[in-house]
Design a protein around this ligand. Structure first.
Ligand SMILES: Cc1ncc(COP(=O)(O)O)c(C=O)c1O
Length: 484
């Protein structure tokens, strides 16, 4: 068992505590650069000096423009991406520094263009919507099943996808988000089969699933289950730097050169070598030690779920759920997740997401069983202090609205607009995207009819303490609408 406890590494061995550099070319090049006294006459402007703005720029190494065999350069990035593609069984892998957001923009543009129809699950993240604005596609929305016991999305039935494809046989791709923000999964092999019957690709935003397939108790990786493009955030479930993302692509239904063109167009021309090397390092770690690192954390999370249940607190659980995703439901116990989050913050514990009805502390294999046990104990204590009246289950705003597309997201996004009081906005067409965040699933997308139901759902999310994001007026007193 490798040593990976917090604080166990000394300064000297923090560059490669797990001995990964021999199988990770970008990590190796980063360490080599760190160990070399260079005189850089290129960007970044800090020139590696930490006596000006401080340690904040330490280790920030750029990508050299030419091809250099042992430096972070385009040829070495290609080598690292090829190793990753081989590990996941892809025809192409691209490392990105603009998160799954940038990768999603590329994925949408790679599969469809202006005026093309795409079938999109309404659990999508806002970055997929932005990708649709960039590409000018027309979305055909498809809703997953909502579990009445939790009010949360469960899975997209393949029969529903088959019906939608039969109604729109000219669709150019199917875009889904798996697992959902709450860790629930659809049956990807079935969805892939239905999609491929139309000769089109299945694109999976798997931002939260980079670790899938590396332990027998985890779901298979979506690529292994038949997806054609899989977008992942290496910085979410893997120990990579913030913004790190990688995309895996199979070429059967995807034009690979077109994918490359779109991917390159979404990335800065001044990529951070450090972010890229951290993807390479996480890949090597997963490959060499994934199963042994993930196992104890799955076990600790399972014990945590049981402890929560024993304390009368509901958690999401089941066969098609990421065992590392801990979603704590508070309606039945009457506690307010915002108050619990505030208590945890006071104890310097930050959670990934909290609203009135739910808390999601994010667990990865960088956690230790001890830290997970401590977290669960603190959550149980906090919930016990906030027990209250049972609340009926309400379906979250993002999952309850039936969208009516009037004009394409792109047309509405670039259109002139008027600002009107919310009450006068009903019946008009939204000029903006309105998302409770997290999870960042739009309730209203640009180009959709504003209904009273959508507004009520948004007001209720706002009133229960959820941040309303990406909107000109987050109080929702006014909305931006298209001119009549
Ligand atoms: C489902 C989903 N896709 C994409 C993203 C964007 O990922 P990133 O933050 O890496 O840009 C997120 C972010 O939370 C997400 O939840």
């Amino acid at each position: 068992m490798p040593q990976h406890a917090f604080g166990a590494a000394t300064l000297l061995d923090t560059k490669d505590p797990m001995g990964l550099r021999s199988s990770a070319p970008l990590l190796d090049a980063w360490i080599r650069d760190m160990e070399t006294d260079r005189s850089p006459f290129q960007i970044p402007g800090h020139k590696g000096r930490t006596d000006l703005t401080g340690a904040i720029v330490d280790g920030d190494i750029p990508v050299l423009p030419g091809n250099h065999p042992h430096r972070i350069s385009p040829s070495l990035i290609l080598e690292a991406e090829a190793i990753a593609a081989n590990l996941w069984g892809a025809d192409l892998c691209r490392f990105g520094v603009n998160g799954s957001s940038g990768s999603n923009h590329a994925a949408v543009m790679a599969v469809a263009g202006p005026g093309d129809k795409v079938i999109v699950s309404r659990t999508l993240h806002k970055s997929v919507l932005v990708g649709m604005v960039y590409s000018g596609v027309i979305p055909v929305w498809i809703r997953p099943e909502i579990n009445p016991a939790t009010g949360l999305p469960e899975y997209l039935p393949s029969s529903r996808l088959a019906e939608t494809l039969a109604e729109h046989p000219d669709a150019k791709a199917v875009l889904i988000g798996e697992p959902s923000y709450v860790g629930t999964m659809s049956n990807i092999p079935r969805l892939a089969k239905v999609t491929h019957e139309y000769g089109i690709p299945l694109v999976v935003d798997a931002a939260w699933a980079a670790h899938y397939g590396f332990h027998p108790d985890l779901p298979q990786h979506p690529l292994a289950e038949g997806a054609d493009i899989v977008v992942t955030s290496a910085h979410k479930t893997l120990p990579s730097y913030s913004q790190a993302s990688f995309v895996l692509v199979k070429g059967d239904y995807v034009d690979l050169p077109r994918f490359n063109k779109m991917f390159d167009s979404t990335q800065t021309t001044s990529m951070s070598g450090r972010i890229l090397a951290s993807i390479d390092a996480a890949r090597a770690l997963l490959q060499r030690h994934g199963e042994e690192l993930i196992g104890p954390v799955i076990e600790a999370t399972a014990r945590g779920r049981q402890a929560l249940r024993d304390a009368g607190i509901d958690v999401i659980d089941g066969e098609y759920i990421d065992p590392l995703k801990l979603v704590i439901l508070l309606s039945s116990i009457g506690a307010d997740g915002n108050a619990i989050e505030a208590e945890l913050l006071n104890a310097n514990i930050d959670v990934e997401m909290a609203n009135r009805d739910m808390i999601i502390p994010m667990i990865t294999f960088a956690d230790t069983p001890e830290r997970i046990n401590d977290l669960i104990r603190r959550i149980i204590d906090a919930v016990n202090r906030h027990r209250g009246e049972l609340r009926p289950i309400s379906v979250a705003a993002s999952f309850s609205i039936q969208p009516e597309v009037v004009v394409s997201p792109r047309e509405a996004f670039f259109s002139k607009y008027e600002v009107v009081p919310a009450a006068e906005a009903v019946g008009r067409v939204s000029a903006e995207m309105i998302c409770p965040y997290p999870p960042g699933v739009p309730v209203l997308s640009p180009g959709e009819r504003i209904t009273q139901a959508a507004l009520d759902a948004l007001f209720s999310a706002r009133d229960s303490g959820v941040r309303i994001a990406f909107v000109a007026d987050p109080t929702l007193a006014t909305l931006k609408v298209l001119p009549d």
